[in-house]
Design a protein around this ligand. Structure first.
Ligand code: MOS
Length: 713
């Protein structure tokens, strides 16, 4: 009986639904006081004057920090790595973007801190605010990288010659808009100093080791004197991947007041203080011969970043590898605006990039009068054309086939508007999904005590994805013990170091370390004399041996990283997304009525949590396609859709039946556990599938997200 591959329930589910699971801002800490951030209401402005006297004298207030009295921090501007951001920590009297931190009020209760925050008076010296991407295209520049690591540009073959030789061409520009992550649990923390040199932070984080590094740098502490704990995270999606200003502001408030301090962002502050998905303008040029074989591909991306820092949405990366074509060129450019710094947002790059590329392919299929699936099969990449490497595995063909069959794609009539349901226009669209399979170095420890209880530990995070559960499953199988025997502990920087829970790499990275540590422990148990039945340890005999053991426990540690052999291959997850929309011909109201998607992501560790990840991504893709849009007032740079009433996310009534097919895929190279990672692929391709379905229903090609009904009039 193996645990991996079984759809067991989340091991943390009971703690979460009964309220036993304590989140960062509800960890009980004696003597705690509350901080509230006061934010600006202007961008590109200097602060002329700030009057905190009324706030300071308000009931219960301990202190009000502004640029006038905030401690000067040695590492206030420190950048500690490629996913780290420049913070705004009251070091200057300025407001580079609207809703920027300009004061912190600390009081004995949250209510009193909020009331006092209202009393802070600010006047500004305005600058010229520029937040419109389209108006600043002349200032676009080439960033150092696209995403944290990839080169901004790529070029292979001769695109101009490829276009010259083409029988048909598509040349179109696609745009995507701002999205804000908005996990149910807002960012929040509790900061506790032990003296002046040692800091403990209870945070909600996708990367506790990055938070530790950042806080150590900002406050000039040894990393070993900073401890970050994050046991439960109420959703991440990228915003909790980097340390943001409020973390250091909360620690600063705790340092100044000498009290433990708690700080939770308001829902409104989630729209300015913790990043967002930047807008993109993407030009895609495709050339193909009469049979539909691509002769040239160009993908040029412009996205926005702040004046303070650089984040480049890597929307053209998948274009380098997804289809076979001898001539491919891609570029990424950035425009600096008076906005906060954008950041990773679920499938950064691929979510927006597959929209442009996969709609362009649909336009090519229309021009060639070729079935969209057939067009993709004619350009199926048998090896990665960008890296010129073989795939470690690729079951994309199976994905197309199984999803198409299940969807009933064969019944599709090509002409737009040719399917009806009563008076409703019916459209069917499809697109390819893809996301890279990454692996970073990770460590874990496995231990077993005299009672036979197994404790496996790694300092990783469970951001709602099921890390607690799959790690216990991996450890149980590697040990040859039932999963009920295993407890997995995470979310503490005193545990072995693991990478950020981002980039869909936790299963592969931390999973490999957990497996290796558990295998080491199994060796020790065998050496102790435990009998082996198949792959499983004989429980009765093992328990008897452990009870007699002289040490209190047996323990094994392991560290794993990407193997040299793996680097010879290109590893990606793939999928096929099929969507049906129904559109009212009079009102132009768009409803997604059906999605069938098939994904191949290596070994599926737990089909239940895997399916949840896929459908979560697909739901967000429906939001990306039809609803989500952060609106900024160009006069002030202020977000005007600052809550979940104005910022529309899909609700249950918007979500139809989502069918997910888990395509069997064996990958001997990708990593020890054979899992490619699947947290992000669900949101890729889906917006294009919906846009393509809208075209199929109406004949109208919408190239600007979100597809709202006004764009169909
Ligand atoms: Mo993901 S955007 O790397 O949390």
């Amino acid at each position: 009986m193996t645990a991996v591959g079984k759809g067991i329930d989340r091991l943390d589910a009971r703690a979460k639904v009964t309220g036993k699971a304590q989140y960062a801002a509800e960890v009980p800490v004696a003597n705690v006081v509350h901080a509230v951030i006061v934010t600006s209401n202007q961008a590109a402005a200097k602060i002329a004057a700030i009057d905190a006297r009324a706030a300071e004298h308000a009931p219960g207030v301990l202190t009000v920090l502004t640029s006038a009295n905030a401690p000067k921090l040695p590492g206030a501007k420190a950048k500690t790595g490629p996913v780290d951001r420049v913070l705004q920590l009251l070091q200057e009297a300025e407001s580079p973007y609207n809703d920027c931190p300009i004061a912190v009020v600390v009081a004995d209760t949250l209510e009193r801190a909020r009331a006092a925050a209202e009393l802070v008076q600010v006047s500004y010296t305005p600058g010229g605010v520029q937040t419109e991407l389209r108006e600043r295209l002349g200032h676009a520049y080439a960033p150092k990288t696209a995403g944290p690591r990839e080169p901004a540009d790529s070029s292979r073959g001769d695109v101009a010659a490829g276009l010259e030789a083409a029988f048909v061409q598509v040349d179109a520009t696609y745009t995507t808009t701002n999205q804000h992550h908005n996990p149910m649990e807002m960012h929040g923390l509790t900061a506790v100093w032990q003296g002046q040199q040692s800091l403990t932070v209870y945070d909600t984080s996708q990367g506790i080791f990055g938070v530790r590094k950042k806080l150590a740098a900002v406050f000039g502490l040894a990393e070993s004197n900073v401890r970050v704990i994050s046991r439960y995270v109420g959703g991440g999606f990228g915003c909790k991947g980097s340390p943001w200003s409020h973390l250091a502001l909360c620690a600063m408030a705790a340092q100044v007041t000498g009290r433990p301090v708690r700080l939770v962002l308001t829902r409104q502050q989630m729209f300015s203080l913790v990043g967002y998905r930047p807008r993109t303008i993407q030009r895609v040029v495709l050339g193909a011969d009469a049979k539909g074989k691509l002769t040239a591909v160009r993908h040029d991306v412009i996205s926005e970043t702040s004046r303070l820092d650089e984040f480049s949405e890597p929307s053209a990366l998948q274009t380098r590898m997804l289809y076979a074509c001898p001539n491919i060129a891609t570029t990424h450019r950035l425009v600096r605006l008076d906005v906060p710094t954008p950041t990773f947002t679920r499938a950064p790059g691929e979510a927006t990039g597959t929209f442009a590329l996969e709609v362009a392919l649909d336009e090519l299929a229309t021009a060639l009068q070729l079935d969209p699936v057939e067009l993709r099969l004619r350009n199926y990449a048998e090896r990665d054309p960008g890296e010129d490497k073989p795939w470690s595995s690729k079951e994309l063909r199976q994905c197309y086939q199984q999803a198409a069959q299940r969807f009933g794609w064969a019944a599709r009539r090509a002409a737009p508007g040719s399917h009806r349901d009563g008076k409703l226009l019916v459209g069917w669209g499809m697109a390819t999904a893809t996301y890279p399979a990454r692996q970073s170095a990770a460590s874990a420890v496995a231990r077993i005590d005299r009672e036979g209880r197994v404790l496996v530990q790694a300092g990783t995070q469970d951001i709602g994805t099921g890390t607690y559960t799959i790690m216990a499953q991996i450890a149980a199988d590697a040990l040859g013990l039932p999963v009920e025997r295993v407890r997995f502990e995470l979310g503490d920087t005193t545990l072995p170091e693991t990478p950020i829970s981002g980039g869909s790499q936790t299963a592969s990275s931390t999973g490999s370390a957990v497996q290796a540590a558990a295998r080491e422990l199994k060796k020790k148990l065998l050496a102790l004399g435990a009998p082996l039945r198949g792959q499983e340890l004989g429980l009765k005999e093992l328990d008897a041996l452990l009870a007699k053991m002289s040490e209190p426990e047996l323990r094994a540690e392991a560290r794993t990283e990407e193997k040299a052999e793996r680097k010879r291959y290109s590893s990606h997850s793939f999928g096929a997304q099929f969507a049906e929309v129904k559109i009212d011909p009079d009102l132009r109201q768009i409803r997604v009525t059906r999605c069938v998607s098939a994904f191949a992501a290596g070994k599926i560790l737990n089909p239940k949590t895997a399916r949840s990840q896929y459908i979560g991504g697909m739901v967000w893709g429906i939001g990306l396609a039809l609803l989500e849009h952060t609106a900024r007032d160009p006069r002030t740079g202020r977000v005007v859709t600052r809550d979940l009433a104005d910022y529309h996310v899909p609700v249950h009534a918007d979500i139809p039946e989502l069918e997910v097919i888990l395509v069997d895929e064996r990958d001997p190279y990708v990593n020890e556990v054979g899992a490619k990672g699947l947290g992000e692929i669900g949101i890729t391709g889906i917006a294009a599938a919906i846009a393509n379905a809208v075209h199929h229903a109406t004949g109208k090609r919408v190239r600007d997200l979100p597809i709202t009904l006004d764009k169909l009039i």
